[in-house]
Ligand binder design. Structure first.
Ligand code: ZN
Length: 316
């Protein structure tokens, strides 16, 4: 029997300054910084994870802030837009909030839904959409009450260099339901109630350039490590070239690049972000995997400290 992913596990992007990244995602969007760690492949930079209170799969966006990183260009082979779900009726709150922080936005329609569209400080494209689906957030920060708070990912808009082949990877390899087609987008849906709506731009897009302000990869959920090994087989049987399983401390990961240029990851739901910190203390300390612990002093001395804070309102 073929496997079907429940939906998005996390999305990972490159940004510049860590403080500005924290100000945007925790301070303005009101997400929780659930883990402060380092890039396991490049320990001189942070790896920051933002999500709901516990970092539930389907709510997690992660960043590698390279202080002097070269800006990238959004394009084919990337997640073009990351979408977040807010409760029904919360859109007016968010319009007002973005205005108060002097963040310009537009409104767009896609599949009969209204999206509030804006960019973060590094140029990553974000959209908010109202939906009933998904549990209400339990995390309130910086003046975002739980009843208006982001619940998690709505999904993502994918830009492919070969959209026919990406469509096949989503439907056939990842097991998503191809649901509708409209105005240049194909909509796919998964079984989860967050991170479950994937819109693929139908027209192929020329290659983007990786760098600050672009998404590096999108990770899809596997139930556990056993299923991840089955995923590895399914992906290989479909003609892709999956990596060996890699330990990412909070999940294990297998990566492969689909034919439209987008880097896909299969990530396990367990063990999650409470494996090395209590729920009440998530994101407070710099956490290192045990193989880096002996270099802690050196690693910490290379990182610029930041604070999780409520940014100053720009306009009254
Ligand atoms: Zn990842």
């Amino acid at each position: 029997m073929r496997l079907q992913t429940a939906g998005i596990h996390h999305i990972t992007a490159f940004v510049g300054d860590a403080q500005r990244n924290v100000d945007f995602y925790a301070g303005i969007l009101g997400l929780r910084l659930v883990k402060k760690t380092i890039n396991f492949d490049a320990p001189e930079v942070y790896h920051l994870y933002f999500g709901d209170e516990t970092g539930t799969p389907g709510t997690i966006i992660t960043f590698f802030p390279w202080p002097n990183g070269r800006p990238g260009r959004i394009g084919g082979g990337q997640v073009g837009i990351t979408t977040y779900v807010v409760p029904t009726g919360a859109m007016a709150f968010w319009e007002e909030r973005l205005t108060s922080y002097a963040i310009p936005y537009t409104k767009e329609q896609r599949f009969a839904e209204t999206y509030l569209s804006f960019a973060d400080y590094d140029g990553l494209q974000i959209q908010l959409v109202e939906r009933e689906q998904g549990p209400q957030s339990t995390w309130s920060f910086a003046g975002v009450p739980v009843e208006k708070a982001i619940k998690g990912f709505g999904g993502a808009v994918l830009y492919s260099t070969h959209s026919e082949q990406t469509a096949r990877a989503l439907e056939h390899t990842m097991g998503m339901k191809r649901e509708a087609e409209e105005d240049g987008f194909i909509r796919f849906r998964t079984s989860a109630d967050l991170g479950n709506v994937i819109d693929l731009k139908k027209e192929s897009v020329r290659y983007g350039v990786g760098g600050s302000g672009t998404v590096h990869h999108i990770a899809w959920r596997a139930k556990d490590q056993q299923e991840q090994l089955e995923w590895q087989k399914q992906v290989a049987a479909d003609g892709f070239d999956p990596t060996p399983v890699q330990d990412r401390q909070y999940f294990t990961a297998v990566y492969f690049r689909e034919a439209g240029g987008i880097l896909f990851e299969i990530a396990t739901d367990p063990p999650g972000f409470t494996v090395d910190e209590e729920v009440s203390a998530l994101g407070e300390k710099l956490m290192l995997p045990e193989w880096y612990e002996k270099y802690r002093a050196e690693i910490e001395s290379n990182l610029t400290p930041f604070t999780v804070r409520e940014p100053e309102v720009k306009k009254p």
